[in-house]
Design a protein around this ligand. Structure first.
Ligand code: PMP
Length: 398
């Protein structure tokens, strides 16, 4: 009898399982579209020039690695606030945003979830149906009952906006609503600015607590355009949470750089919120690591490096758009009769292709093209060398 005799084997992470299957596949033409990672046109994970320049500057003046403050590097937190809310915005100027450096976007979400659980233990959480697979698990693990609001309409191939609004309207006051700020994962469908206005009015009328997950700022229409939704929530007078991830936008996946920002009613309130967020951090991992935050702060706070970052981010965004177009054109050329132009209406790294589980299994088994069973494909992993092969493979199973 061991202490662990009764421990059950947890189900495997579906994406990691897919990666293992991909690694073991002997097909020389295999393509991995299962991951949520941006690859360049050579199929390589990019190391951005702005990151290399910042790292070089850091190396030229090597610094000892003391503990960071619990809430991270001050210059980093300030840069995140400016990026998310705008440097000259009222929330930043009045000091009513509490921002803490987090371990990636996931860390930002978790600090926020733990704080919310203390703030309002009875609240329920609503996530989109479908959503990033970790949303449900993360909020459940933080002690919440997690439900969903309607989002994807498989028949229409788009958003069930009436369903979404109806579900938000039916939510009890205090319900935490997790919203993808841009580049919805997994579907690729974002609501329009006019629809955001309706969501905001509903959230406000229903006294719901918005939690905006911003994991892809800059991958939709642009940095400012993607961030505009934050301004709408501010203008409506709402208090809310925003998690930020730099994993994709800086291609710094393994450095775990992200943040949580909480907009409070006043500076004094933000200070009290910050003190509580620090307890969440202190009791979980004490303080964040130095390197990733130092690099991102160096880039965001230096005009030249910042301009270089925006250029490189723009190139990633444009390459994804080009791949979407190539996918649509290639499918047509490969003989697919149905209209696939919805792929270019979607934004961000993912596409809900509309393919069934059976079709996705065939794509994997017969062609070595790996996407998730839900039909999600990472268009950011397509390139000029593999896109035609992928189109032909899809054409065979559709
Ligand atoms: N939110 C969403 C919607 C995501 O897609 C991801 C990453 N795939 C995250 C949060 C987490 O980001 P990170 O890797 O920085 O923790």
């Amino acid at each position: 009898m061991s202490l662990f005799s009764a421990v059950e084997m947890a189900p495997r992470d579906p994406i990691l399982g897919l990666n293992e299957q991909y690694a073991a596949d002997a097909n020389p033409n295999k393509v991995n579209l299962g991951v949520g990672v941006y690859y360049d046109d050579n199929g390589k994970l990019p190391l951005l020039q702005c990151v290399q320049a910042a790292e070089k500057a850091l190396m030229d003046k090597p610094a000892a690695r003391g503990y960071l403050p619990i809430d991270g590097i001050a210059a980093y937190d300030a840069a995140v606030k400016s990026l998310v809310f705008g440097t000259d915005s009222e929330p930043v100027k009045s000091g009513r945003v509490a921002t803490v450096q987090g371990l990636g976007g996931t860390g930002g979400l978790k600090i926020g979830a733990d704080f919310l659980k203390k703030l309002n233990p009875q609240a329920k959480v609503l996530i989109s149906d479908p959503s990033w697979e970790n949303h449900r698990a993360l909020f459940t693990q933080a002690g919440f009952e997690v439900g969903s609001y309607r989002y994807y309409d498989a028949v229409k191939r788009g958003i069930n906006f009436d369903g979404m609004l109806a579900d938000l309207k039916a939510a009890a006051p205090g319900t935490v609503v997790v919203l993808h700020a841009c580049c919805h994962n997994p579907t690729g469908y974002d609501i329009t600015p006019a629809q955001w206005d309706q969501v905001i009015a509903t959230v406000k009328a229903g006294q719901l607590t918005p939690f905006l997950d911003m994991a892809y700022q800059g991958f939709g229409a642009g940095l400012a355009e993607d961030g505009a939704v934050i301004g709408k929530f501010v203008a409506a007078g709402l208090l809310f949470f925003v998690s930020t991830s730099f994993s994709k936008s800086f291609s710094l996946y393994g450095e775990r750089v992200g943040a949580l920002s909480v907009l409070a009613g006043s500076k004094e309130e933000a200070d009290r919120v910050l003190s509580q967020l620090k307890i969440m951090i202190r009791t979980n991992y004490s303080n964040p690591p130095t390197h990733g935050g130092a690099v991102v702060a160096a880039v965001l706070n230096n005009p030249e490096l910042r301009a270089l970052w925006e250029k490189e981010l723009g190139e990633m965004r444009q390459r994804i758009k080009l791949m979407r177009q190539k996918l649509v054109d290639g499918l047509k050329a490969a003989g697919v009769k149905q209209d696939m132009s919805f792929i270019t209406q979607q934004v961000g790294m993912f596409s809900y292709s509309g393919l069934s589980k059976e079709q996705m299994v065939r794509l994997r088994g017969e062609f070595g093209v790996y996407g998730t069973d839900t039909g999600r494909m990472c268009v950011a992993a397509l390139n000029s060398k593999n896109v035609d092969y992928v189109c032909k493979a899809i054409a065979q199973v559709i």
